[in-house]
Design a binder for this molecule. Structure first.
Ligand code: GLN
Length: 327
């Protein structure tokens, strides 16, 4: 009797443990083929204006995707930690929208694409209204300055906000933070210039430091895909089921990502791939297929605009295979 049950259990367990729908199988296969298609692509180079970024292994390549029903798919180096860099701008903008309101962000920071490099100074000077996009350095630092709190409470709020999205406690990568702090003169100049135009809303040194810290937060590709999942799901986290943002603010955020997420090549990206996205010079890119999935890809070599070459190609391929273009 016992051995008959044992036989039935032995037969059943592998079947249920491996049960996959055909969609599961497709997504795994699509991620794997994107990885094998582009893993030999050596175009571009690591960022080196922040010295610590030049030391990251250029061959790393990880792809993670989270569906709006909370399934996580991944392939390659998805447990490797790297600095979030400019992808952080999305989450701090999300916090500012929730905390200060969409009108205040539009009025005090600005939401129009600059069409210029992420560290442009000329973009500030050419724009009479001093409207600066929250997804480039100037606007991101101004967005940080707009948040409530002193140095300690503001950082606690930012860190816990990121952790809510990641459903994990994210570390700051100290070597990256030190390296950027030592080479931060251009960002200091940008913040100071904004202050001169009354477009900065607090102490320059403190907010620059908080911005540098947020850029040094360490994430894996899997963390990033999980962090981005609420943006594909009307603000509700598909894994924790928490409503982190209002639906209206998700719409605002995705609009800015669509027009400015890849800096001066955002238009090319929209034309080609058609997904709201954001890149960082650490080599990550996130993208959102509203109502369907979030995706994050990490590979350190960048093109001349500062966007990961392999990540752009992998997302383009996967979005095409999954029919995700929003346009
Ligand atoms: N921390 C970087 C900087 O301020 C972020 C830039 C980026 O990822 N594009 O220059």
């Amino acid at each position: 009797m016992f051995s008959r049950w044992l036989l039935i259990i032995t037969l059943l367990v592998p079947v249920s443990a491996c049960a996959q729908t055909s969609k599961d199988v497709d997504i795994n296969a699509i991620l794997a083929s994107a990885h094998s298609l582009y893993k030999m692509d050596k175009t571009g180079a690591n960022a080196d204006y922040i010295p610590a970024l030049a030391e990251v292994d250029s061959e790393l390549f990880g792809i993670a995707l989270v569906t709006t029903d909370g399934k996580v798919y991944s392939y390659g180096d998805v447990e490797q930690r790297f600095s979030i860099q400019s992808i952080s701008k999305v989450f701090t903008l999300a916090l500012a929208l929730e905390q200060q309101g969409a009108d205040t962000v539009a009025e005090k920071v600005g939401v129009n694409a600059s069409g210029m490099p992420f560290n442009s100074i000329i973009a500030i000077e050419l724009n009479q209204a001093r409207s600066i996009n929250p997804l480039v350095n100037a606007g991101a630092m101004a967005t940080m300055s707009l948040l409530d709190g002193n140095e300690t409470t503001k950082w606690q709020r930012v860190a816990s906000w990121y952790n809510e999205f990641a459903n994990a406690k994210l570390p700051v990568l100290d070597a990256v933070y030190q390296s950027e702090t030592e080479t931060n003169d251009r960002n200091l100049a940008i913040a100071q210039l904004l202050k001169a135009h009354q477009r900065f809303y607090g102490d320059v040194a403190m907010n620059l430091d908080l911005y540098t810290r947020q850029c040094s937060i360490g994430v894996t590709a899997k963390d990033l895909a999980i962090m981005t999942a609420p943006l594909a799901n009307n603000g509700k986290h598909p894994i924790t089921n928490k409503q982190l943002m209002s639906e209206d603010n998700v719409e605002h955020l995705l609009a800015v990502m669509s027009t400015a997420g890849l800096y001066e090549t955002s238009g090319d990206w929209a034309y080609k791939v058609g997904l709201p996205a954001k890149s960082g010079v650490g080599g990550g890119i996130i993208a959102v297929a509203p109502g369907q999935f979030s995706i994050a890809v990490f590979s350190p070599r960048l093109d001349s605009a500062g966007n990961s070459v392999r990540a752009q190609k992998a997302i383009d391929y996967i979005a095409e295979k999954l029919g995700a273009n929003v346009f």
